[in-house]
Design a binder for this molecule. Structure first.
Ligand SMILES: [Zn+2]
Length: 307
């Protein structure tokens, strides 16, 4: 069955050009890059970028042998492909985060930036991501923090009804959620992730400051404050670096998976998202033993809709 949870779909949107290229978010973009450079592993084999969009942050992953860009939107992936190139280091996959089309333990690192706030069921997504990661793998995740200074001030001044201190998520716009750091840490732990570091990002997200100071200066200042995220989280955006906990049986699984993959192709880690069975390729069609069929269009593995 196709997963029925609602997904925020950027299909056909000009998110990259409107929000990032012309959206005066140079400061946020630079601040994110500082956080990611501090948190991402310095090298690795297979990297999974969840919600890669048009590939805005993908160039930061140059130390990895191979990067799989996953997004729910085919048109976002088409933009990423036009920007980064079709063959070689990159693979483009359209799929639902609640039904990932990958073999267990297929990746040794992953990141998910500016995606969590669109997830109606973040704990389920985290468990699905965890399954695609090998024991000891690094996962860097970003989430929108409801317990930020602006929300606290508005709440105390009675300009906002919801409490920034309560653990439950707040949906401030349809399919846009802010989370409490304590809840997020609990979900990560329940999914099998061990938090190593936390970085608070966008300390200076204010129109006035952005007009007064160049983005590079504000971002550099933000970078100085980011490590305080290990102690408190009061910014609108929080980055966490986690590792997948290692358990003996899983290490054995990974070994057997890895052995079959050593000289393999990227397609060897693809699985049918519905039954998790292996897939075979026939021209531009992938099919599993249960008869599910998926298309490959313009260099994108399309697991969004059955064909
Ligand atoms: Zn199947």
């Amino acid at each position: 069955m196709i997963d029925s949870r609602p997904v925020c779909d950027y299909e056909g949107s000009n998110y990259q050009s409107e929000f990032w290229d012309r959206g005066e978010r140079d400061y946020e973009d630079r601040a994110e890059q500082i956080a990611l450079r501090a948190l991402l592993p310095k090298s690795g084999r297979m990297f999974l970028e969840l919600g890669a969009g048009a590939g805005r942050q993908t160039p930061l992953l140059s130390a990895f042998d191979h990067v799989v860009l996953l997004d729910y939107s085919r048109t976002q992936l088409a933009q990423a492909r036009a920007r980064l190139g079709g063959a070689g280091r990159y693979t483009y996959v359209a799929a639902n985060v609640y039904q990932l089309p990958f073999a267990p333990g297929a990746f040794d690192a992953a990141m998910m930036i500016r995606v969590m706030h669109h997830l109606v069921d973040a704990p389920a997504a985290l468990k699905e991501i965890r399954a695609a990661l090998a024991p000891g793998a690094t996962f860097v995740a970003e989430y929108a923090n409801k317990q930020n200074v602006k929300a606290i001030a508005r709440y105390l001044l009675r300009q906002q009804s919801w409490s920034p201190f309560a653990p439950e998520p707040v949906e401030f716009v349809k399919l846009n959620f802010d989370f409490h750091p304590r809840a997020m840490r609990q979900w990560l732990a329940e999914a099998g992730f061990i938090i190593e570091r936390q970085r608070t990002v966008s300390h200076f997200r204010s129109g006035l400051l952005k007009r007064l100071f160049p983005a590079s200066v504000l971002a550099a200042a933000d970078g100085l404050f980011q490590p305080t995220g290990d102690w408190w989280q009061l910014t609108p955006s929080v980055f966490v670096k986690t590792v997948v906990s290692s358990q003996r049986s899983e290490v054995r699984d990974r070994k057997s998976e890895g052995e079959g993959r050593e000289a393999g192709r990227v397609e060897d880690i693809l699985r049918c998202p519905q039954c998790k069975g292996g897939v075979s390729r026939d021209g531009d069609t992938l099919f599993c033993a249960d008869g599910h069929r998926w298309g490959i269009h313009d260099g994108v593995y399309d697991f969004k809709d059955l064909i």
